[in-house]
Design a binder for this molecule. Structure first.
Ligand SMILES: Cc1cc2nc3c(=O)[nH]c(=O)nc-3n(C[C@H](O)[C@H](O)[C@H](O)COP(=O)(O)OP(=O)(O)OC[C@H]3O[C@@H](n4cnc5c(N)ncnc54)[C@H](O)[C@@H]3O)c2cc1C
Length: 301
């Protein structure tokens, strides 16, 4: 079935208007941002909203990347293309560019948004892992006002978030730490495809030790407590190939992949381990390189 069911169409003029429409039209109404997840689901009749509330006119209000002293804020309507091209974002969190390079194709990246990616809550969505690894906070607004939800609580399950039907995601806030970096790596069957498996890592290295670490996995249903065990294992250790290999083994154990056309359970577990090792290695290399680049010269010291 490639034709959606019938629906009424509304075009929101601003955030307040979008929330008022969601509230008035009830739980049969859905926001549409880039439409690259919702419209295919409607065509397959996996989603049958009675009302579509188009929020594309909110790009001026919600399409931004803003760096502040200790955090970076991304508006929910920021499109993949802007996330890919932003040097400021790549400098603070290189895993965004790593991930965006391998998300779909230019047609999808021109329209798809970070807000839509997180609200879709598809276990194969790359930006969900990126934002989880960076310990992002989701800023949400509804008729009752604004609230903040940690990524770990925003995702309730596959295709399910903590948003009420009359709330919308406004922005994503990411804490900035010194001596830190990150990386993302994905295996896909062909360019632009969804992940067979992908991994993201963020690390802080201080005094020759890993002071903070986070590892995330895409498309393999990771157990959050298993991934926090990986982080706990790494914290306080000097970065080494041995430590990365153990983290890889633990990450592979923490996931519950499903066999499908993309690969077997064993293959996906193997990828979870290997990609965890690679992203940890790259993230640590990036911290060490950037610390060398920012070392004061003799004249500055
Ligand atoms: C061919 C193809 C390949 C793709 N490959 C990949 C890939 O490799 N990796 C990947 O990560 N993604 C991939 N995607 C998905 C793509 O990244 C989408 O852009 C993204 O999943 C959803 O963003 P969107 O803006 O299009 O959301 P929409 O489809 O507009 O919305 C998705 C859901 O989020 C809700 N929503 C949207 N914005 C908000 C908001 N601000 N507040 C509350 N709810 C909101 C909608 O109501 C809907 O339920 C692919 C898509 C296609 C079509």
């Amino acid at each position: 079935m490639q034709v959606p069911g019938s629906f009424e169409y509304e075009r929101a003029t601003g955030v307040e208007d979008a929330i008022a429409l969601l509230d008035r039209l009830g739980d049969e109404a859905r926001l549409v941002a880039g439409g690259h997840s919702l419209l295919p689901m409607m065509k397959l009749r996996l989603a049958n909203p009675e009302y579509l509330i188009d929020i594309n006119d909110l790009e001026g209000e919600l399409g931004y990347i803003t760096t502040e002293r200790s955090r970076l804020r991304i508006g929910a309507m920021t499109r993949h293309r802007r996330l890919l091209e932003s040097d400021e974002l790549a400098a603070a969190f290189p895993l965004f560019r790593d991930a965006e390079k391998v998300i779909a194709d230019p047609v999808v990246r021109n329209r798809g948004t970070i807000g839509g990616s997180l609200c879709q809550a598809d276990p194969a969505e790359d930006l969900t892992t990126v934002c989880s690894v960076l310990d992002a906070t989701c800023v949400v607004r509804g008729p009752g006002g604004r609230r903040e939800i940690q990524m770990s609580e925003f995702l309730v399950g596959p295709y399910e978030t903590a948003l009420a039907h009359n709330e919308m995601l406004i922005e994503i806030v990411i804490p900035v730490h010194g001596h830190s970096s990150s990386a993302y790596a994905k295996v896909e069957r062909r360019t632009g495809d969804w992940a067979v498996t992908a991994a993201g890592a963020a690390v802080t290295v201080e005094g020759g030790e890993i002071a903070r670490a986070a590892v995330g996995l895409t498309a393999v249903h990771p157990d959050p407590s298993g991934l926090s065990d990986v982080a706990d294992y790494l914290t306080g250790r000097p970065p080494s190939e041995e430590a990365f290999a153990q983290a890889g083994r633990m990450a592979a154990q923490a996931c519950e992949p499903v066999a499908d056309a993309r690969g077997t359970v064993d293959y996906k577990r193997h990828l979870a381990s290997e990609l965890t090792i690679r992203t940890l290695r790259t993230a640590v290399d990036r911290v060490l390189r950037s610390d060398v680049e920012h070392e004061p010269t003799g004249e500055e010291a």
